[in-house]
Design a protein around this ligand. Structure first.
Ligand SMILES: [Zn+2]
Length: 560
């Protein structure tokens, strides 16, 4: 697969065989202009492409055993090692440097596949660990660029131990709240894939890059099975929830710059606009609840992604549950909302286009959607970023797949996780707040509802079918369920109402977004100065009081 340098500075693309002029090849970052194949980079080339010019500061070397077993196969390992050093000009299969990307400081550890197949031996483990420690000491993110065939057999079981050693280093960064990002390149297999490469907070992959523990040849030989097209490629991994995004090489620096720039804001902050959240529902009194239901479901109502486009700067969508799939009904990512870095998570119904609505399953999440949300909430907790959730779902998923995927447990896990999350959570019911599917994103410090939003234990149709034995009785059920914003406010289930443009949010997305931004900012600015203990105690009291008969009983439970 290696690109061959042809005479007269021509490079032959390993993807399509086209000849590309050397200077053009450099300009395209070694990506074929004809077929988009991402050519393999050496570690020095990768560092040069990733870091801001002139910022690389070499880190290492570190002491490590180089031939702990005195290993010999057809040739002594020591000789092979010398040969690899001479051929690559590198001391080992990883090169580490501190520097900046788009002005954001980081430590980078970049592997070089030319050096004994990027195999993970004692020295590689030591260097990765040293890079992680440097990142920890300096409190700057760690960027890993794996490229590896697996463990280094010639170093025996000590090479296996490098997986545990590097995983420990990653755990320390988790405990310290230091961001880690991995950029999976082709190929990333074995011990590297099963340790630091996949333990990063955010896993990006270059197009076509393959990653897995066992390689396809081993699997086919062992099982006799024919593997599907594209097995283990970046695109396959994205579909199966294993990576956050597939990013072409030319896009890596901007994406990294966004991620590395995520820093928690601490208070005190200027108070938001006090009038941005309505604490009384006078304007809504007497409104027909069925009218609210219909407006909440209006196909032209702004969706989560409509709000993201208007309100969130530098949004970086992150995908996948790291288990099985990426649920399109829940959108999640990082960005800055009115200047505040946040993790934003929302149900996404898909907007007016029916095809897109179907693809998004009308905003009804699979268990993988709740698990993606949970993963992102843990990331928010690690980095100290507030969580903003936008809720818009008819309800949990009535399909068999959701049940086999463990829907009930996935919802329950989110309720428990959110109850104890050490960062502020603001939830807004932007449309329909249907049942457990809505609550799975709504165990928040502040729960707001848009003036034409709803929140209900069951859809009015479902309730009518079960209790009235007549789906036509849905409007009556809507009235009895008290799912209308005014009722929600009087029940204390929401803290306030986000006003909408006079004719409804669907009539004026821009105005609706401005109103939402003002309300969320007011809530965030109030909560950001709170420490984790206060947030958790307050959240606990908030949810404990529901259905409690007396204020006194609630007060007994309000202290941790
Ligand atoms: Zn090509």
């Amino acid at each position: 697969m290696a690109e061959r340098t042809e005479p007269a500075d021509w490079v032959r693309c390993a993807g399509c065989g086209a000849l590309v002029y050397g200077k053009r090849w450099t300009r395209t970052l070694h990506v074929c202009p004809d077929c988009g194949h991402h050519g393999r980079l050496t570690a020095p080339e990768r560092l040069e492409q990733l870091l801001d010019p002139g910022t690389a500061e070499s880190i290492g070397p570190v002491p490590a055993l180089h031939d702990p077993l005195g290993f010999v196969d057809s040739r002594p390992y020591a000789e092979r090692l010398e040969r690899a050093r001479a051929d690559t000009g590198l001391p080992e299969a990883v090169l580490c440097a501190a520097g900046t990307v788009e002005g954001q400081p980081c430590v980078a550890a970049v592997m070089d596949f030319r050096f004994l197949g990027g195999s993970l031996g004692c020295a590689v483990g030591a260097l990765i660990t040293h890079a992680a420690r440097t990142s920890l000491e300096r409190r700057v993110p760690l960027v890993l660029v794996p490229a590896s065939g697996g463990a280094r057999m010639q170093e025996g079981v000590l090479s296996l131990m490098q997986m545990a050693k590097t995983a420990q280093a990653m755990a320390e960064l988790d405990e310290a709240g230091v961001l880690t990002v991995s950029i999976v390149t082709d190929p990333t297999y074995g011990g590297v894939a099963a340790s630091f490469a996949t333990l990063a907070d955010v896993i990006l992959a270059e197009p076509g890059a393959r990653m897995g523990f066992a390689g396809p040849r081993v699997i086919e030989q062992t099982t006799g099975e024919k593997l599907p097209e594209g097995f283990q490629t970046a695109e396959f991994l994205l579909d199966h929830g294993m990576v956050d995004d597939v990013v072409p090489r030319v896009g890596l620096r901007p994406v990294l710059g966004r991620l590395l720039g995520l820093r928690a804001v601490t208070g005190p902050l200027p108070p938001g606009d006090g009038a941005a959240i309505l604490r009384a529902a006078d304007d809504l009194v007497g409104r027909d609840p069925w009218h609210s239901v219909r407006l909440a479901r209006h196909p032209e109502r702004p969706t989560t992604l409509d709000y993201v486009r208007r309100l969130v700067d530098d949004f970086q969508e992150l995908h996948g549950d790291r288990l099985a799939e990426d649920c399109p009904a829940i959108v999640a990512g990082t960005g800055r909302l009115a200047g505040t870095p946040v993790v934003l998570i929302g149900h996404h119904k898909g907007g007016p286009d029916l095809g897109e609505r179907r693809r998004r399953n009308f905003g009804m999440a699979q268990p993988s959607g709740y698990r993606k949300a949970a993963r992102l909430m843990r990331l928010a907790a690690k980095l100290g970023l507030p969580v903003v959730t936008l809720i818009d779902t008819p309800g949990a998923n009535p399909g068999p797949e959701a049940e086999t995927g463990g829907q009930a447990a996935a919802i329950a896990e989110n309720l428990r996780l959110m109850a104890r999350l050490p960062v502020p959570i603001v939830a807004v019911l932007i449309g329909e707040g249907g049942s457990g599917g809505a609550l799975a994103l709504a165990v928040a410090d502040r729960v707001l509802v848009c003036a034409n939003g709803t929140y209900s234990v069951i859809s009015p149709e479902g309730c009518a079918a079960i209790l009235w034995k007549d789906p036509q009785a849905a409007p009556a059920a809507a009235a009895s369920l008290r799912l209308h914003p005014g009722d929600l406010l009087s029940l204390g289930v929401v803290d306030g109402i986000v006003p909408e443009p006079p004719a409804g949010a669907h009539q004026d997305h821009a105005a609706a977004a401005d109103l939402l931004e003002a309300a969320v900012t007011a809530a965030l600015h109030e909560l950001i100065p709170w420490d984790p203990d206060r947030l958790r105690a307050d959240r606990r009291a908030r949810f404990h009081r529901y259905g409690t008969d007396t204020g006194a009983a609630a007060a007994d439970w309000s202290q941790p």
